[in-house]
Structure formats: structure tokens, C-alpha cells
Design a protein around this ligand. Structure first.
Ligand SMILES: O=C(O)CCC(=O)C(=O)O
Ligand SMILES: [Fe+2]
Length: 225
């Protein structure tokens, strides 16, 4: 499958300060308690069922493959091939970007298995396609919408947030009760957003919105299921 990447972004990004890397999180798999808690909370929540770390990675692995934005990163106007559909948010389709992280296909395959099982398709490989890569800067947001218009036979969307140093940008999903939306923080509350990928899945007909980014940059890949 074609994958997406931030390689083209690398020159204008700043790597995170090594000193900020939390010692106890360097070991892959050390997130299990956190994940479990999230799962318990989210499984009961309806349309969005899951949010957890995709791959625990070390900064070394990030640097070779994809990287992430610092709050001091220059503006992203120079991102080649981007389309500016909304202010403060750049969009690149699959043909405009390429994911070069060699661990990505393996992590994604695991994730797809898990997503399939949780959607009730255990053992069935759902067709998961990269739809776009999004880069939100300060002020960037996504108004409330549904994803139903994308393509035929798409019934869900998965958003994978790459390690991003930012504030805001939470995904709010309005399930049946519009007064009681579910908010996904993608590791921001626990301080893990800059160090790991996080994902969420929502049914295409569930209304959702991305809150305004108030600081830094948020980079995410959207997959259609
Ligand atoms: O950035 C996100 O988390 C969600 C983006 C989104 O809702 C979309 O692309 O349809
Ligand atoms: Fe959406």
C-alpha cells in the first residue's frame, strides 16, 4: 500500500530535545497500563472505540524516518505539494507524500488487525487506505463534520497522530448524544504526544471536530476503512 510521510518536512522541523525524553518511557511496551486504562474507558463509548499508542519508538527511530514539529518550527508554507483547504492546516494526499518509516507497515498491520477485531471483523483484513496527511499549525482546526462523503463503501475513519509537540487539537466525537461528546487527547494529557503515535477510530457517520491548535504543530495521517 502507499504510505505517507513527513520526510519532505524534515528540513524544516526541529527534533525534540533529548533531555525531555522521559526515561521510563524509552522501553517499547511500557505503555501497557496507560493503554489498558484508555481502552477500558473508550470501549464503552460507542462510535469511537479506541485510542492508544501505535508504536513505542525511540527518538533514533524517529529521526531516520519521520520526525515531528517543535513549537519553534518555522511556518509550513514551503511544504511542497500541499493544498491549503483551510487556514492553518495543510493537506497532502497519498500521491503527495510518502512514509519512509520502515517500522510503519508492521505497526499499521498490527493496528489494522486490532481495529478489525474491535469493529467486529475479527480475522478479516479490512481494506484500510491512506486518505491524507494533515498538518495543523497554530489556529488550525477542523469544524464539525461527518466523513461519509469520501468514497463508496467506507464506513470508518482512523486518524493516526504522529509524534507532535502542540497544544489543543483534540478530536471531539459527537456520538448519539450531541451534548455528551467524547474527547480524544492523543497522548496530550499524559505528555506522550511528542513521543509516540496515537490513534482514534470513528464511524464515518459520527460527527466530529478537531479543536483549535493553540501552540505548536500537529501532524496526523487519516486512513479510510
Ligand atoms: O485531524 C483529525 O484528527 C481528524 C481529521 C478529520 O476529521 C478528517 O480528515 O476528516
Ligand atoms: Fe473527519
Amino acid at each position: 500500500m502507499s504510505t505517507m510521510s513527513a520526510r519532505i518536512l524534515t528540513p524544516m522541523m526541529t527534533m525534540i530535545d533529548r533531555d525531555r525524553w522521559p526515561e521510563h518511557e524509552q522501553d517499547a511496551g511500557s505503555y501497557s497500563d496507560f493503554d489498558q486504562k484508555d481502552e477500558e474507558e473508550l470501549v464503552t463509548e460507542g462510535p469511537i472505540f479506541h485510542l492508544r499508542q501505535l508504536m513505542a519508538s525511540t527518538p533514533e527511530r524517529f529521526t531516520n524516518d519521520y520526525t515531528f514539529l517543535s513549537t519553534h518550527s518555522p511556518a509550513c508554507e514551503a511544504w511542497p505539494g500541499h493544498q491549503r483547504r483551510r487556514p492553518h492546516c495543510l493537506t497532502a494526499g497519498p500521491s503527495e507524500s510518502e512514509l519512509t518509516n520502515s517500522l510503519w507497515p508492521t505497526g499499521l498491520a498490527e493496528l489494522i488487525k486490532e481495529i478489525s477485531a474491535r469493529l467486529g471483523y475479527d480475522g478479516i483484513a479490512l481494506d484500510v487506505r491512506p486518505y491524507k496527511l494533515l498538518l495543523y499549525g497554530p489556529g488550525g482546526h477542523f469544524v464539525k463534520h461527518r466523513d461519509t462523503e469520501k468514497e463508496d463503501r467506507i464506513f470508518a475513519t482512523s486518524v493516526i497522530q504522529l509524534p507532535s509537540l502542540h497544544r489543543g487539537g483534540e478530536l471531539v466525537v459527537y456520538k448519539v448524544d450531541v451534548n455528551n461528546p467524547v474527547t480524544y487527547y492523543f497522548g496530550q494529557k499524559t505528555g506522550k504526544a511528542p513521543y509516540a503515535c496515537h490513534y482514534a477510530v470513528n464511524y464515518a457517520d459520527a460527527e466530529h471536530a478537531v479543536q483549535q491548535i493553540t501552540e505548536g504543530y500537529r501532524i496526523a495521517i487519516v486512513y479510510s476503512i
